[in-house]
Write a protein that binds this ligand. Structure first.
Ligand code: FE2
Length: 291
């Protein structure tokens, strides 16, 4: 897809960093090693986002077992593969291959059972999985998913050479691949050459964070190193954020969304609004009614 040279964006009152989060090492699926950057403790603060996992390793033992069949209900999963190959299959008969730079956006809605399995026995596997909540009225909606190859994703390029893949939201005149009116998510992968800045307007009510995965990024006076997430302050008068590459080139995810402000009840891969709905999800799964 051609990369248009985009108009510059104006940010007069950039947000500051509220705090930096390191995440914690854990494993999931059949033993995939990963860093859980957003966990249940941050679900209120970062509403509508429920989870962010970062995985990155060149040791096959850390990823080879993958994620065999497991269910989801009540939210969306967005898997962004930086490097590697992963095949997904679900109970509705869908199947796809996610590889270098590709995105799978899946709306679990009332429920899917799927597997996510590596299609490589060596080499680097690196990427992210983000969980985005659904409003109560959409939690039992029909499941949906779409795969985007790297070449299909919209990209914005600024005059200073910063490139942003716009998975969701809008940036420098480029509309994202996916839009969701209820949560109005922004999901940008920003590649900053050395000595460049990137300005991104954001609605003031959105909860927002930046996860740096290469190099080092400065936001105001705060430096964020690779492998760290910066939660951006919700200052009422702020109109966006300015990312600056620090000491060399850098890459970061910039993610924001409109909070749902609804009760969150989570049990593993089910995220509903109350316990009764969780019990229902468990019994639907047990009795084969989920998919
Ligand atoms: Fe999954």
């Amino acid at each position: 897809m051609p990369t248009p040279l985009a108009a510059s964006e104006t940010v007069d009152h950039p947000r500051d960093v509220e705090r930096i989060v390191a995440g914690r090492a854990t494993s999931d699926g059949a033993g995939v090693k990963l860093t859980r950057v957003i966990d249940q403790h941050l679900q209120r603060r970062l509403d509508p986002f429920l989870m962010l996992d970062a995985f990155g390793t060149d040791n096959p033992e850390d990823y080879i077992a993958g994620f065999p069949d497991h269910p989801h209900r009540g939210f969306e999963t967005i898997t962004y593969m930086i490097a590697g190959r992963m095949r997904h299959r679900d109970s509705a008969g869908h199947e796809g291959l996610l590889e270098n730079g590709g995105v799978q956006w899946m709306t679990a809605g009332r429920g899917v059972i799927h597997s996510e399995l590596p299609q490589q026995e060596e080499g680097v596997m690196e990427g992210f999985q983000l969980w985005l909540n659904l409003p109560a009225r959409d939690k039992m909606s029909t499941p949906w998913y779409r795969d985007f190859q790297a070449a299909d994703l919209p990209r914005a390029r600024t005059a200073s050479g910063v490139e942003a893949t716009v998975i969701a939201g809008r940036s420098h005149g480029v509309e994202g691949a996916v839009s969701r009116p209820a949560t109005d998510p922004y999901y940008l992968d920003v590649h900053l050459p050395a000595d460049t800045q990137f300005r991104q307007p954001l609605p003031p009510g959105h909860n927002a964070f930046v996860y740096v995965y290469r190099g080092s990024v400065a936001i105001g006076a705060t430096r964020i190193e690779s492998g760290r997430m910066a939660i951006l302050a919700n200052t009422p008068e702020a109109d966006g954020v300015v990312l600056a590459a620090h000491g060399g080139p850098a890459r970061a995810l910039l993610i924001a969304g409109h909070p749902l402000r609804e009760p969150i009840a989570q049990y593993g891969p089910f995220v509903m609004n109350d316990q009764q709905e969780i019990f229902q999800a468990l019994s639907d799964f047990r009795d084969g009614r989920l998919a």
